[in-house]
Design a binder for this molecule. Structure first.
Ligand SMILES: C[S@@+](CC[C@H](N)C(=O)[O-])C[C@H]1O[C@@H](n2cnc3c(N)ncnc32)[C@H](O)[C@@H]1O
Length: 310
């Protein structure tokens, strides 16, 4: 009897062990494929062109201190029309200068949260972080780690064009906004850049290559209807122009030219000599009083209906 039951018991034990191993395998596979998907999503968000790791983060910080970008920030702040006590989310806060100015306006009864996908930029922000009601976090614009209906104001300046799934950025902005809340999106249309060169063909080649630094180089053209599709009421748009007649350290276009040169050099669409020539021409033009750069920032205002149930 014992001799005949032993193989059956053994096979039950074996079956249970195999089922256990299979179960563990399934759980681990599901976990790892979830982790892999998360990683791919994060990479997709990052890989739209420029990754703001240490050197690029520092350069962005420098460009954002120029008079041109400071003036653009002042215009954004003016249009946001913030009041003391309001809560604000800045999606893709970059070096955090806009957050700091907004923090001063909402005061200690309010709150400003800045999120950015770049850990290095968030580290720069935290190094300066001036007040307790201002906080920063690493975060993805397509998956904002905030409860629905949390903010009076959501601002997103020159970020949406870098995110492949731009509609998701808009729907996330809509979700985290309180009913009755308002938003501002600022974006660039890279076709609207006028940058003088005595070699317009070379300029066109460089700018064509640079276009790939962002996922949506002409986003302003579709922004109004995208906002409406995401659920917002569209409240209007305006243009903020940047014009440089000098190629100096305080101009937006000087910092931009260095970023363009480095990005295009990595892509190798333009020969190294042509790229060096492209970049060095600006000093010469400026010294001769013939430098000209202009671009537009398109500023879109929208709001969430007060009647919207979150
Ligand atoms: C051109 S900068 C604009 C920075 C800032 N909003 C400003 O105007 O001063 C673009 C910023 O978007 C951030 N970014 C890009 N993709 C993102 C994403 N998926 N989620 C959050 N931030 C993102 C970048 O790290 C970078 O700081």
């Amino acid at each position: 009897m014992l001799e005949t039951q032993a193989p059956a018991e053994n096979s039950n034990v074996l079956r249970n062990v195999l089922l256990g191993i299979l179960g563990v395998y399934v759980v681990f596979s599901l976990y790892f494929s979830y982790q892999l998907n998360e990683r791919i999503n994060m990479l997709e968000a990052k890989m739209s062109g420029i990754e703001y790791t240490k050197e690029n983060a520092k350069r962005l910080e420098k460009i954002y201190l120029t008079r041109d970008v400071a003036a653009q920030r002042s215009e954004t702040i003016r249009q946001l029309n913030l009041s003391s006590g309001e809560s604000v989310l800045d999606i893709g806060c970059g070096p955090g200068y806009l957050c700091e100015s907004m923090g001063e306006l909402v005061g200690h009864h309010g709150a400003v949260v800045g999120i950015d996908i770049s850990a290095d930029l968030i580290a720069l922000c935290n190094r300066r972080k001036p007040s307790t009601w201002l906080s920063y976090a690493i975060g993805d614009a397509t998956k904002i780690d905030q409860a629905g209906g949390s903010f009076d104001v959501v601002v997103c300046t020159q970020v949406a064009e870098y995110v492949p799934d731009v509609d998701r950025v808009l729907s996330e902005a809509f979700r985290v906004l309180k009913p009755g809340g308002r938003t501002i999106f600022v974006a660039t249309d890279w076709d609207a850049v006028v940058w003088h060169s005595e070699n317009p063909q070379r300029m066109a080649l460089v700018m064509k290559s640079w276009e790939e630094h962002c996922a949506h180089p002409r986003l302003p053209r579709s922004m109004a209807y995208k906002l409406v599709n995401a659920g917002f009421r569209f409240d209007g748009a305006s243009v903020f122009p940047i014009l440089n007649l000098q190629y100096d350290d305080d101009s937006y276009s000087k910092g931009l030219s260095q970023g363009v040169r480095d990005f295009v050099a990595r892509k190798k669409d333009v020969s190294a000599d042509d790229l060096t020539e492209w970049h060095s021409e600006f000093e010469r033009l400026s010294e001769a009083g013939r430098y000209f750069f202009s671009t537009n920032r398109y500023i879109f205002r929208a709001s969430k209906s007060a009647a919207h149930a979150s």
